[in-house]
Design a protein. Sequence first.
Length: 230
Amino acid sequence: MFQALFPETEMLLLADTRCYEWRLKMRFTKLTLTTAIVFIAALAIGAQDRTVGTLRGKIRVESGSASGVTVVIRQGDQELHRTETDKSGEFSIRLPAGIYGLTFRKPGLSVGTIENVEIKAGKTRSLGDRLILTIDEGSIAFIRGSVFTAEGRSVPNAKIELGRLLEDGSVKKIDGRITNETGSFVFRLSPQVAKYRITLKSDEGPVVTKDVEVDGAAVYRVALSLPPKS
């Protein structure tokens, strides 16, 4: 009786049931595909971890910032990879297992090299912080100065501080010297463009400062004079 009176309703119920079953099948198929992709990716990562290792280290520099040092990974003379140090002078790179040579470069600094660095699969090789890049004497900036009294006499044993002027106007101390018997001092710096402040502290008078702008490899000379004694 129900079938005879409402055939359209039965057909709609049947269609809804089939649609629901189709949706369930599609969801199951998508879930299966997603699971398979994740499983394959996990296998790929696991296989990769069995063939590569990690190399990390920290570069120190004689003067200036240790950031932006180019690290070239090579085998013999053939360059394979390269990366750069971060603001702390640190670097990290994943490499296939093997034996490599490393070259470290930054303008104004000497070139550093390390040979026969072995990378083992699944292991981390740390170089520590044993590599220090010195200033390249062929491309270096010198600040040479002398300290005098108001009468023109040299001032030995005066304390000289070197600070770098930052963008916010503050001064970051980076080095210090004591004048020699002739009242002279010298600082060696990277030739990168920067502004420095020389500060004289002496028992014979008040603090005296002078700013120096460095814009390349050259010798920058300064003379600091103590004011007359009152």
